[in-house]
Write a protein that binds this ligand. Sequence first.
Ligand SMILES: [Zn+2]
Length: 244
Amino acid sequence: MLMPLELPRELHGLRFSSAIAWGQSPKEEQALACLEALEAVYFHGKTSEKGDLENPPHVLLSNNKHRSGFLDPEKLKPWGNVREYLAAGVVGMFSRQELEQIGAVLGSPASTLFAADFARLANKPFVDGFRINSRSAKLVFNPVELIPSGTTLLQIEAMVAGCDDCDPARNAVFDRFPSAKFFSGIGALVCSPLGSGLDSKRIRPLVFRRLEEWDHQRACPLCRLGSKPLYQEEVWEEIKKETQ
Ligand SMILES: [Zn+2]
């Protein structure tokens, strides 16, 4: 069923332009509330929005595994204003001195819009040029603009599980420009690694929540607690039904 495209009411009052000013960028909790309002993320038992629900649901994957939440970056796509507000939060995680070192911004194909929002707010050029090679099915980097040697590139991602998600874009840049120089940290709106693994020195997330996954229902502690396993697209529907 096609749903009408409508900005959630709780986001109407946000003064997006004000977030752009230094010191007024959203912090983790505000960013998380925005992302939940857009139903772009869900984390079982870790957010205040679901406080009224006695036993919030968790996620059933198509391979029958059970998971404690999900990320859905597609939900950010229509809302440039919300993305800009959230991007201001990620800009706010970098010091002025750090930003001064950055020559250009880029992001993996799934994060293109968000990385471009970040670049605009940080007053930096945005470099696009990723595409999938139709023969090798590999991600390649072929920007229209030539990146001057010595330029420090900053990688910005919208939603990642961990560093592995950031590697294909970085490797594609090195394939094309072997001497490319990257800023040491990767800025991310959301980072949700599965389990305990994460190189937290490399990723700087505005919103950080771990996710857990279990192979089947018998192994799932949330099922044992009486939480309902639901497909991703049903989770927020269920919460809205229960909290109305
Ligand atoms: Zn379960």
